[in-house]
Design a protein around this ligand. Structure first.
Ligand code: BV8
Ligand code: ZN
Length: 243
């Protein structure tokens, strides 16, 4: 039996599916993965250094400009066949590390964002949500430094609504993610290098609870040992072939 046939059988028999995704699932929508996201103004920086509270404190305009550029990229992008295939899995819970909204725009109704979202900026001081500009004319130009807006309530700096390195994940999201991973009978892990914790623990939680784990990634990853089936290829091609 080929890995693809095995995966198709597991998916057909599964009753409680969790789909765990990373930046790779959005790659074919033209969204650079986390490591590749640094081009132009940001190419001399390491994403892991930029996605931190310290970077924002040190140079808020650089960090806010980077995130606004990424948000604009996502706004212009479209869900790809991988997002649509995930949305077509009956009753699947999507647990994503991504900060884009492509799973939702593809029709996934139950999406848990472990690392927050580009679309929920808030005041860094008082937490007041900051309303995103609705007029496309207000969208920032191609990647450049952009001083963050000021909070209407306390005039603190507005920050992206994402989880930075060294910051705790949203409690409710992490709790729900562990709960569904421990209760599923199949986990698909798609487009993640499995290097960032505690998110990368989830496929292990599922395997320990007796679930089958299918991985879709063109490259080997840190999750290879926990995968029962490894499908080496791009998600937009591999996922639709499982249905
Ligand atoms: C925490 C949001 C504790 C921001 C992200 C030292 C100091 C402090 C912390 C630590 C430390 N050492 C370790 C840690 C823990 C740290 C961590 O895990 N570090 C790693 C680097 C070792 N974790 C944290 O800091 C977390 N918080 O531990 O808090 C705590 C507890 C209580 C109180 C206070 C603190 C927070 C982690 C969240 C960080 N934020 N994102 C943003 O997006 O800007 S993580 C970010 O990196 C992305 O979300 C992504 O998930 C992750 C990895 O990026 P990528 O590699 O691009 O993406 P991915 O991993 O998904 O890889 C891409 C894959 O796609 C590749 O495998 C590629 O082959 C594949 N691919 C490519 N094309 C395709 C494809 N696959 C399929 N189809 C294709 N076409
Ligand atoms: Zn405020």
């Amino acid at each position: 039996m080929t890995p693809g046939e095995r995966a198709r059988g597991l998916l057909a028999d599964a009753r409680r599916v969790v789909v765990f995704t990373g930046a790779g699932v959005s790659a074919e929508s033209g969204i650079p993965t986390f490591r590749d996201a640094l081009t132009g103004l940001w190419e001399r920086f390491d994403a892991r250094a930029l996605a931190t509270p310290r970077a924002f404190r040190t140079d808020p305009a650089l960090v806010w400009g980077w995130y606004e550029w990424r948000r604009t990229l996502v706004g212009r992008a479209h869900p790809n066949p991988a997002h649509h295939a995930v949305a077509g899995i009956p009753g699947a819970v999507v647990v994503t590390q991504n900060v884009d909204d492509l799973h939702e725009r593809a029709g996934s109704a139950d999406v848990v964002h472990l690392h927050g979202s580009l679309f929920e900026p808030r005041c860094a001081d008082c937490g007041e949500p900051w309303p995103l500009p609705t007029d496309p004319a207000d969208e920032p130009e191609e990647g450049r430094r952009l001083p963050p807006p000021r909070c209407a309530r306390c005039s603190g700096p507005v920050r992206p609504g994402v989880v930075w390195f060294g910051e705790a994940l949203p409690e409710a999201a992490l709790e729900r993610a562990v709960e569904v991973a421990a209760a599923c009978d199949l986990m698909l892990t798609i487009g993640t290098s499995g290097l960032v914790y505690p998110a990368a623990e989830l496929p292990h939680v599922a395997a320990r609870a007796g679930a089958a784990v299918i991985q879709i990634n063109p490259q080997p990853t840190a999750l290879d040992p926990v995968a029962d089936v490894n499908l080496h290829g791009p998600a937009a091609r591999m996922l639709p072939s499982l249905r």
